[in-house]
Write a protein that binds this ligand. Structure first.
Ligand SMILES: NC(=O)c1ccc[n+]([C@@H]2O[C@H](COP(=O)([O-])OP(=O)(O)OC[C@H]3O[C@@H](n4cnc5c(N)ncnc54)[C@H](O)[C@@H]3O)[C@@H](O)[C@H]2O)c1
Length: 250
């Protein structure tokens, strides 16, 4: 399969987990990838893996919480590759805490990385995507579809991302661009491995969102991103796709 021949794809969170798998998936399908992340070493590792597999990837550090940095990064991508076909907003952070103990810094960080970053990048990317008839894929979470105890800021940021996608989908419904969201459940990445749970959590509340099936692998979610970003999904615009092993279904 080579669904991304002559396509330029901007991927955030490219240094790790789902973002890295997305670079590898799309790179194996001939995409020209512009990978962005705050983790310079992880980015270089991803770029090395993509190139080793025969793909093309430019790696650039970018902190998506800065609107100026987002605009600069999109401009640098277009300057490098001449256009932009896909924006994949994958970067994200999670913090767990009791709601009443969530600090201002934790709250602001989740809102800034998970919601403001994708918005700033969308603002910068949309004029280019209108030109290329391209699309945006936002990685939300099933935490944006259901209430999950001990991570209220994450839930709020991901619910915001889902409705931001729908609002943009409607505002640009008369253009040729597509804007979609994916809502994964637990996926085996460093984000999950590094989670610090709050003291004395009520396990029964957490069982509600642990689900019954094993966690997804990052490449499983990358496959869904690849499909939605490709022309195969041309009928899909303004959608939220659960990739969550039915966690939010019950
Ligand atoms: N892993 C899961 O269980 C899971 C479930 C649902 C949704 N998600 C979402 O999937 C996305 C990818 O997560 P992952 O599991 O691959 O995690 P990960 O921690 O492996 O990767 C996240 C990447 O985002 C980058 N990042 C963090 N802050 C940034 C910033 N300010 N600017 C630029 N990059 C930044 C990190 O450096 C890291 O490389 C996130 O949006 C996450 O919320 C993950």
């Amino acid at each position: 399969m080579s669904r991304f021949q002559n396509r330029v794809v901007f991927v955030t969170g490219a240094a790790s987990g789902i973002g890295r798998s997305t670079c590898l998936r799309l790179g194996s399908e001939s995409a020209q990838i512009y990978g962005a992340d705050v983790d310079a070493a992880g980015l270089e590792e991803t770029a090395g893996l993509v190139r080793q597999a025969g793909g093309t990837m430019e790696a650039a550090t970018c902190n998506v919480t800065s609107r100026a940095a987002c605009f600069d990064a999109i401009a640098a991508c277009v300057a490098k590759f001449g256009k932009l076909d896909v924006l994949a907003n994958v970067a994200g952070v999670v913090r767990f805490s009791h709601a009443t103990e969530t600090s201002e810094d934790e709250w602001n960080l989740m809102l800034a990385v998970n919601l403001s970053g994708p918005f700033f990048l969308s603002q910068a990317a949309i004029p280019h995507l209108i030109e290329s008839k391209g699309n945006i894929v936002n990685i939300a979470s099933n935490a944006g579809l259901m209430g999950q105890a001990y991570t209220v800021g994450y839930c709020a940021s991901k619910a915001g991302l889902i409705n931001m996608s729908k609002a943009l989908a409607m505002e640009f419904v008369k253009s040729d661009i597509r804007i979609n969201c994916i809502a994964p459940s637990g996926t085996a990445t460093s984000l999950v491995a590094n989670v610090q749970f709050p003291s004395n959590p009520d396990g029964a509340l957490m069982d509600r969102y642990r689900g019954f099936r094993p966690m997804s692998q990052p490449e499983d979610i990358a496959n869904v991103i690849a499909f939605l970003a490709s022309d195969e999904a041309k009928a899909v615009h303004g959608a939220v796709w659960e990739a969550d092993q039915a966690v939010s279904a019950g």
